[in-house]
Design a protein around this ligand. Sequence first.
Ligand code: HPA
Length: 259
Amino acid sequence: MKMAVIGGTGVYDPSWLSHSVEQEVETPFGVTRVTHGRLDGVDDDVFFMNRHGAGHTVPPHLVNYRANIWALHQLGVKRVVATAAVGSLNVAMAPGTFVLCDQFLDFTKSRAATFHNGGDFGVVHTDMTVPYCPDMRSAIARAGRHAGISTVDGGCYVTTEGPRFETPAEIKAYRLLGGDVVGMTGVPEVVLARELGLCYSTIALVTNYAAGIAADVLTHQEVLDVMAQNVAGLRGVIAGALPRLQHDRLCGCGPDAQQ
Ligand code: HPA
């Protein structure tokens, strides 16, 4: 089973894979870069992709999500674990908490958010009842327990357009709507993965309380600092989860379940 990790903010280094090789992948949506290598306990290659490009040069609203997800699909990847730095709207999810998202709210505005634009790709309305793979979530939660890192299994990820942070009024509204964490990249990544029948899961690492909940104003440096403190734990959880996910998919995320 080919699996991939999409590294978000603060997760850039593929050195946890051995014998790693970087390649350029051409897709109908543009060119992207993917590293593949070996991970202990996983029989097949594991792929790694930097969501924000080399040196974190691509902001959330300009990430080529379609090229990234298409490239993984083209390489034969079936399961994707994404990492994301997020702010928390939920006082039960303090900075440092790992949240395994199970729902999302979409407040993005200007992104290419589907493969289905008619023509060759057809008119398709993909079911989004279970956007995040439940089997991946439970494997990640088990790997977290094994590593002594507590994860919260379930949480609603609010995706904003960015690149600015939110106003306190927006955060208050998102909280009323049922959001738990807020970030800028969850959508359309999860949607595109579902459209192609990939199993997809997000480990959202809370780096801060969101605007208006935090006592101070928010800075990107604060996000990077908290990510840096937790990145080893995050890698440990992923390295523990992937060997538990090599079995055939029984979760219903596959393409047959999409029609
Ligand atoms: N808002 C949006 N994106 C984020 C935040 C936040 O508070 N923290 C980390 N990424």
